[in-house]
Structures are given as structure tokens and as C-alpha cells.
Design a protein around this ligand. Structure first.
Ligand SMILES: [Zn+2]
Ligand SMILES: [Zn+2]
Length: 514
């Protein structure tokens, strides 16, 4: 059974209306691993839904978290905002409401494009609406007990002055510690380091719980049934372990079924992101991988196994594997070993697979086509020459458009140089042709003039001409690439030439032969 089905079975057994929670802390550039959380949550949601349950997925944005430091990717003046909640810090580009919004918006767009069906919830709003008030009240009343739990479970020294709740100083805008003795629902006093003395109302957005308390408080508020989270939180004595006891003993609620996931490893050191100086961001992964493939990439592997994400040729390999599983799903022909991946394909469609197989144009093929065509319309024109596009539906064209955009993004940022090319408008100036080369082109032109312009015929002519000419096949291929793209190698010649206009190719060969 696929892992999402196993988890779904357990979740569906817990209650009538399960709730799955996922979340993100948008304090900086969002890593590709965050995608795993969203996709894992959605896959469990759709698997529970397919069991006939009324299930809800929430996506919590931790917009009330403080900016911990002035990260390298931020302008120097952001130093002055450290310690402040990120929803109160201005956005670095000027186009978003605030800092949190700036970093999370592209990600939310992606979550939407992946068809994740979730309710977006901003944590700072929950505080402002008083949703945390009861939980905060309990943490003040049971503070000693909390200190004990944290000490017993995490093994860390018990701190007498441990503050489960930090008021937000109304003067300097930073989180500070409360004066515990002054607490009387709903207010607590504080003396901030900046010298300000003020009062915080726990029913308003005047302060926040610390992470180890806030997490179980969210379970308490939402009645969370299951939650995927990074394996660092799942370590012995970690925040899930303390959260479990705090949920039961402080808030009187059951902890959710944990779905810890391993991190995503990046392959290809040196594939540095051009503008950010870090490797692949979540946004890159979204921009260069078609949504259906990205879903599949995470679903084919059990969350407790790490995923090696290869932003180079692996991107095309993964898309090819997806297409293969799609064919297997529709033909019902697959091996036992492929069963899991075929089910992953199905879940990647949110358990709503189309009634017939979509038009498949591989990303590998598109990688060549988009390099020859400047626009999507241009790419379609080429495809009409090489593929049977007569049955393409609206959805097929939409998928094709999205795939083309992804492939273009990948080519601009991550594709290895050997697959990049551009067709020169005339013979490249540095192409030096010998008499043997010229004779080879003459013979090609003679044979190609009346041939059918399809990939197979073209391949045959080139290979035959190479074999029967003094130049030989290998050198023949090289010299063809050199007059078209100024390189010694390139895309497979049959489909490549077939995708170009016949007259254009023959004219180039005539030029090359004289
Ligand atoms: Zn912005
Ligand atoms: Zn202050």
C-alpha cells in the first residue's frame, strides 16, 4: 500500500472530520524542503477524502515569528528590525504588505498551482482574534508544570524564569518577558529592555507563545488530527515530544498523528542560484518543474526517506518517469515494483485522474523545442510539424504551456551547458569545412530534396550518407551540428532536423556544400 494510504487509513479512523495541519515560517527564502510539507499534507488530505471523509487541510503561516537576524540576503538596514514580528516589518521589494507576505506569497501561488486544497491561516491574525487567549491563560496558570515537562522531556536545565508567553513591547516593537506576578486574565505587565513599562492583553495580538508552547496550542485550537513536520522536530526530546505532553497535561487535548519527513538533499554542488547565492530555492523548484511532476517527485518516496533533488538533468529524468507512470496507469501494464509509483501518480492528481490519458510531450523534447522557438506559439508550430497534435484538448494545451515555461526557466538557470544550443541564422563564422565535408553535404542535399520530412527518414539518410561517404558517420554528425548550432554535439539529429523547416535545413546544407 502507498504510504499516503496507510496514513490516511489511520487518520480516517480517528474522527469524523479530520483536520490536517501544515505550516511555514516565512522568515526568509523558502527552501525546496518546505514543498515537501505542503505536498505531504495535501496527499494525506486527498487520500482521506477518497475514503469519503469530510477532511480539512490548513496551511498556517507563522507571520508572528520574530526576525532572528539580519540575513545575508537582506539589506543592511534590516538590522534594526531584528526581534520584531515579521508581519510588522516592511517588505524588501516594496510590492508586498510586509516581510512575511513578501516571502510567502510566491509560495502560496505555488501551492495554488499545485492544486493543494487548503485554508490559508495567518498566525498573527489568530492572536489578534483572541484564538490563543485560553491557551495563553493556561500557560500562565500552569507555568511550573510546563517548566517541569520541558525539563523532563528535553533534559535541559529547568529555568525558574521560563516565559511561555512573550509580550510585544508597544514602544520598541520587540518581544520581551512578562512580569509573571502581575498576571491576571487577560492582562500581564512587562518591563522591556528598552526601558518601557507596559501591559499586554492576551486576547489581542500583544504577544506570543514560545515555539514549544505555540505548537501544541495550535493543536488545541484546531483539534489537529495529523501533521507533517521536518524530522528535526521529531528528535527525542524535541518539540514534538514536549508538545505531546503539553497537549495532554496543559491543554487537555490529544496530539496529532505525527508525519515526520526527511529533508530534501540537493545534488550537484556548484549549481548555485545566480542572484541569491544559495542553491535551489522552493521557488526555483516550482518554476522549473511542472506541478504534476513536482507532486509526483515528493509522493513516490516515503516521507521518512530523504529525497535527492537534482536540479540538473535529473529534472528531465523525473519528468520522463512521471510520463512513464502516466502511461502505465492508463495501460494498466506495470510491474509489481512499479505499483507504488503508479499509485503515487494517481495521488499526484489529488486522486482525480482524468478519464483518458493526457497528450504527452516530454520535457526532454520541449527542452529542444523551446530553444528553437522564442514563444509558446512558435513551439506549437514546431510541435505541429513533429507530433500529432490533432487531439489536443484545452487542458492538454494548458499543461503544454506550463511545461514549456518550466523548461525555459530550467534552461536559463540550471540546465547543464551541453544541452543548451541556439540555431544560428547563417553558417557560424568559425565553421571550417573541408572538401570531404562539402561533398558530404552535397550528397545529403541530393538525398533529402525529395524525402519525407520526418524524424525516421532523416535519421536514415544521415546515417546512410555518413557510412557511404569518406567522412564517416561520427564526423558527419559533428559537421552537421557545427553548421547549425556551432557546436560539436546537440539534440538527436532526426527529431531535431524534423522539427525545423525543411527548406531552411536544405538551404543551410547547400551553403555548406559550396
Ligand atoms: Zn516584497
Ligand atoms: Zn521595548
Amino acid at each position: 500500500m502507498h504510504w499516503a494510504d496507510v496514513i490516511a487509513e489511520e487518520v480516517a479512523g480517528t474522527c469524523e472530520r479530520p483536520l490536517i495541519a501544515t505550516g511555514i515560517s516565512p522568515t526568509g527564502i523558502i527552501h525546496v524542503g518546505s514543498l515537501r510539507e505542503a505536498i505531504t499534507g495535501e496527499s494525506v488530505r486527498s487520500a482521506v477524502e477518497s475514503k469519503g471523509k469530510d477532511v480539512r487541510l490548513i496551511y498556517l503561516i507563522d507571520s508572528f515569528d520574530p526576525l532572528r537576524k539580519c540575513y545575508d540576503f537582506l539589506p543592511k538596514e534590516y538590522e534594526k528590525y531584528t526581534g520584531m514580528p515579521i508581519y510588522k516589518i516592511p517588505c524588501p521589494c516594496g510590492k508586498h504588505d510586509n516581510y512575511a507576505h513578501h516571502f510567502v506569497q510566491p509560495f502560496l501561488d505555488a501551492v495554488a498551482s499545485l492544486n493543494v486544497k487548503c485554508d490559508i491561516i495567518w498566525t498573527h491574525e489568530l492572536y489578534e482574534q483572541g484564538k490563543f487567549a485560553e491557551a495563553i491563560d493556561l500557560t500562565f496558570k500552569k507555568r511550573e508544570q510546563i517548566i517541569n515537562i520541558l525539563h523532563e522531556v528535553s533534559g535541559k536545565e529547568a529555568k525558574e524564569d521560563y516565559a511561555p508567553y512573550n509580550p510585544l513591547c508597544e514602544e520598541c516593537g520587540r518581544f520581551t518577558d512578562p512580569d509573571f506576578d502581575s498576571y491576571s486574565f487577560p492582562t500581564v505587565e512587562y518591563h522591556c529592555k528598552c526601558g518601557h513599562h507596559g501591559t499586554a492583553d492576551v486576547r489581542k495580538g500583544d504577544g506570543k507563545l514560545t515555539w514549544r508552547l505555540e505548537w501544541p496550542a495550535k493543536w488545541f485550537i484546531f483539534g489537529t488530527s495529523a501533521e507533517p513536520f521536518g524530522k528535526d522536530h521529531a528528535a527525542a526530546g524535541g518539540s514534538y515530544d514536549t508538545g505531546k505532553r503539553i497537549a495532554k497535561e496543559i491543554f487537555g487535548t490529544e496530539p496529532p498523528l505525527p508525519i515526520p519527513y526527511e529533508f530534501v538533499q540537493l545534488r550537484g554542488v556548484g549549481q548555485m542560484h545566480k542572484s541569491l547565492g544559495c542553491s535551489v530555492t522552493g521557488l526555483d523548484a516550482i518554476n522549473m518543474t511542472p506541478p504534476e511532476v513536482l507532486n509526483y517527485l515528493f509522493l513516490r518516496v516515503n516521507p521518512n526517506k530523504s529525497i535527492e533533488y537534482d536540479p540538473g538533468m535529473g529534472t528531465l529524468d523525473m519528468a520522463d518517469e512521471y510520463d512513464r507512470m502516466e502511461r502505465a496507469f492508463f495501460s494498466k501494464e506495470f510491474t509489481e515494483a512499479e505499483e507504488n509509483n503508479v499509485r503515487a501518480y494517481e495521488i499526484a492528481q489529488h486522486n482525480r485522474v482524468p478519464s483518458k490519458i493526457p497528450l504527452q510531450v516530454s520535457c526532454r523534447h520541449l527542452a529542444n523545442i523551446v530553444q528553437m522557438a522564442g514563444t509558446f506559439e512558435g513551439a506549437l508550430e514546431i510541435l505541429n510539424r513533429t507530433d500529432d497534435m490533432s487531439s489536443a484538448s484545452e487542458e492538454d494545451l494548458e499543461r503544454l504551456r506550463r511545461r514549456s515555461e518550466c523548461v525555459r526557466y530550467w534552461l536559463n538557470g540550471f540546465a547543464p551547458d551541453q544541452i543548451k544550443f541556439s540555431v544560428f541564422p547563417t553558417i557560424p563564422a568559425d565553421a571550417v569545412l573541408s572538401m570531404t565535408d562539402k561533398a558530404f553535404f552535397q550528397e545529403l542535399v541530393r538525398r533529402m530534396n525529395d524525402c519525407n520530412w520526418d524524424s525516421e527518414t532523416i535519421s536514415e539518410i544521415i546515417s546512410d550518407t555518413g557510412k557511404t561517404s569518406p567522412i564517416g558517420t561520427k564526423a558527419g554528425y559533428k559537421v552537421i551540428y557545427s553548421v547549425l548550432i556551432g557546436k560539436q554535439a546537440g539534440p538527436r539529429l532526426g527529431p531535431f532536423l524534423a522539427s525545423m523547416d525543411k527548406h531552411f535545413v536544405i538551404n543551410r546544407f547547400i551553403q555548406a556544400s559550396s
